[in-house]
Design a binder for this molecule. Structure first.
Ligand SMILES: NC(=O)C1=CN([C@@H]2O[C@H](COP(=O)(O)OP(=O)(O)OC[C@H]3O[C@@H](n4cnc5c(N)ncnc54)[C@H](O)[C@@H]3O)[C@@H](O)[C@H]2O)C=CC1
Ligand SMILES: O=C(O)[C@H]1O[C@H](OP(=O)(O)OP(=O)(O)OC[C@H]2O[C@@H](n3ccc(=O)[nH]c3=O)[C@H](O)[C@@H]2O)[C@H](O)[C@@H](O)[C@@H]1O
Length: 480
């Protein structure tokens, strides 16, 4: 029986390995992590991450061919294939700070693999890493190899949170990069055999190591670039009376452009887009390509601009002051169907509103009060660390209250900001909400989820990102 061990039981390691276990009953899959509470949660009825369909998959194979354990060294030593799916955040100190990927956790995993291995292994980069990381990992492994043969493969993950199980069941493609030597090709085939249990072979792309590593960064950069492009258009739409949804629809009909990923928003979030683009920028700079670097940097700058623009719109619409005003925040996760708040645009928007002394009442169906308080009070560099290295709970911010439903959040509020596109926000009883709010009552829809016309009929002043402005908003221009 082939044995797989995955180091890192996070958003990627957990769901990916659960699906491999489900689809490959002939393979034993062990997911290990040094953060014990996470492993305990994986072994309980309350999984550590919220992902539609995940519970079902885990229940079907946990205890059979899927094991979650903190005994990292034992399971790595026993495995034939070791996936490494640990954090690769942006460096916060030293050379490349603010841009380069911090490979501390990756390197320590690689050193541990070298230390405990007694048999040949295929080591798979599942984490997103800079191009040429495999070369460094190879050096670490072979330097300490004691005659053991290690083959390094790059097998980047393309799942999106909220749709992870669907994406893993039906991936657009699986990408495997390896050395162009007979041993490298043999290793590629071994991993290809795993995926071929359920992925059609024509969808399994095999490349050299560097193409696989770079393709992952390129894919995320292209996706984020589309969002920044449509968000840049949203600002122009507001200035001209065009409607960004109509523009997206019209351009998306061109099959060369395509219709996906053209929804204007208050900005993209998630743990990877910004980090991976910063990493790409750094690699370009290191390779003497400053023009290419500044091209990609602009994608992040537009994303920051979009969040600032939103906050300015809120403040300017409410007579240029929100000091002491109650603002309901609907949605805190970086997108719907996940409880993940890493790099969520809600952090920047809430901090902007708090900077103008607003009182916030926040509701998100999947994010805990403790998480929201951590996100709003801790430094980004602290939040980027693996969970076991994060500080204990910080002091709560007094102007922030977290509540259990949207109605409670909006009670007595001057305005509502919609920051995540949860489906339930579409069907709220907005008449009831309006009746309970201060007047004039504002809705700032950063995700274009509400029916603005209906809300205007009720009496709300509505701002929908990238849509023609109410006369009220036109008279109160926001300066970004
Ligand atoms: N979150 C996502 O949707 C996607 C993430 N990725 C990439 O996958 C990688 C992992 O991301 P996530 O799963 O989101 O991170 P995560 O933070 O959810 O999980 C990483 C886990 O690794 C563990 N860990 C760190 N060092 C360890 C060590 N030496 N030994 C054992 N466990 C260790 C941590 O305790 C943590 O539980 C990153 O490189 C990310 O860029 C790629 C595609 C999608
Ligand atoms: O490397 C990663 O971590 C993953 O990053 C993204 O996945 P994810 O961040 O989970 O979610 P997305 O659906 O890509 O959304 C990212 C952000 O963009 C925003 N978005 C997305 C689409 C859109 O049209 N408009 C828009 O603002 C979302 O609300 C969210 O804040 C990619 O889609 C995955 O392929 C990749 O594997």
């Amino acid at each position: 029986m082939v044995k797989i061990c995955c180091i890192g039981a996070g958003y990627v390691g957990g769901p990916t390995m659960a699906v491999i276990a489900l689809k490959c009953p002939d393979i034993e899959v062990v997911v290990v992590d040094i953060f014990e509470p996470r492993i305990i949660a994986w072994n309980s009825d309350h999984l550590p991450i919220y992902e539609p369909g995940l519970d079902d998959v885990v229940k079907q194979c946990r205890g059979k061919n899927l094991i979650f354990s903190t005994d990292v060294e034992k399971h790595v030593a026993e495995a034939d294939i070791v996936f490494v799916s640990v954090n690769t955040p942006t460096k916060t100190q030293g050379l490349g700070a603010g841009k380069a990927a911090d490979l501390t956790y990756w390197e320590s995993a690689a050193r541990m693999i070298a230390d405990v291995s007694k048999t040949d292994k295929i080591v798979v980069e599942k984490s997103t890493v800079p191009v040429k990381t495999a070369e460094a990992i190879e050096k670490i492994l072979t330097h300490n190899s004691k005659g053991i043969n290690f083959q390094i493969l790059s097998n980047p993950e393309f799942l999106a949170e909220g749709t992870a199980i669907k994406d893993l069941f039906n991936p657009d493609r699986v990408l495997i990069g390896g050395r162009e030597t007979p041993e490298g090709q043999k290793a590629i085939h071994a991993l290809k055999d795993v995926y071929a249990h359920w992925v059609p072979v024509e969808q399994i792309i095999c490349t050299n190591l560097w193409s696989a590593e770079l393709s992952k960064l390129a894919a995320n950069a292209f996706l984020a670039q589309r969002i920044s492009s449509v968000n840049a258009m949203s600002a122009l739409c507001e200035a001209t009376g065009a409607d960004v949804s109509q523009v997206s629809h019209a351009i998306g009909k061109d099959t060369r452009i395509g219709s996906k990923f053209l929804n204007a928003s208050v900005g993209f979030g998630g743990s990877c887009f910004q980090k991976d683009i910063l990493n790409l920028v750094y690699i370009c700079e290191c390779n003497g390509l400053p023009e290419v670097a500044s091209y990609w940097k602009q994608v992040i700058q537009v994303n920051e601009y979009q969040k600032t623009r939103f906050v300015n719109r809120v403040v300017s619409s409410m007579f240029n002051t929100i000091s002491g005003k109650k603002i309901a925040i609907l949605g805190f996760a970086f997108k719907k169907d996940t409880g993940d708040t890493r790099e969520t645009p809600a952090i920047g928007v809430c901090q902007g509103l708090l900077g103008d002394k607003a009182m916030l009442r926040i509701y998100d169906p999947q994010v805990s009060q403790e998480q929201i308080q951590r996100d709003l009070s801790m430094q980004k560099s602290e939040l980027d660390r693996p969970p076991h290295l994060q500080p204990a709970s910080p002091t709560a911010i007094k102007q922030v209250a977290c509540v259990w439903d949207a109605y409670e959040a909006a009670k007595g509020a001057h305005g509502i900001c919609i920051l995540t596109e949860w489906d339930e926000f579409k069907t709220l009883d907005y008449q009831k909400i309006y009746d309970d709010m201060q007047k004039p009552a504002f809705v700032f829809d950063g995700r274009n989820v509400v029916d603005a016309e209906k809300l205007r009929e009720i009496g709300f002043i509505v701002y929908s990102i990238g849509k023609p402005l109410d006369s009220w908003l036109k008279d109160m221009p926001a300066v970004a």
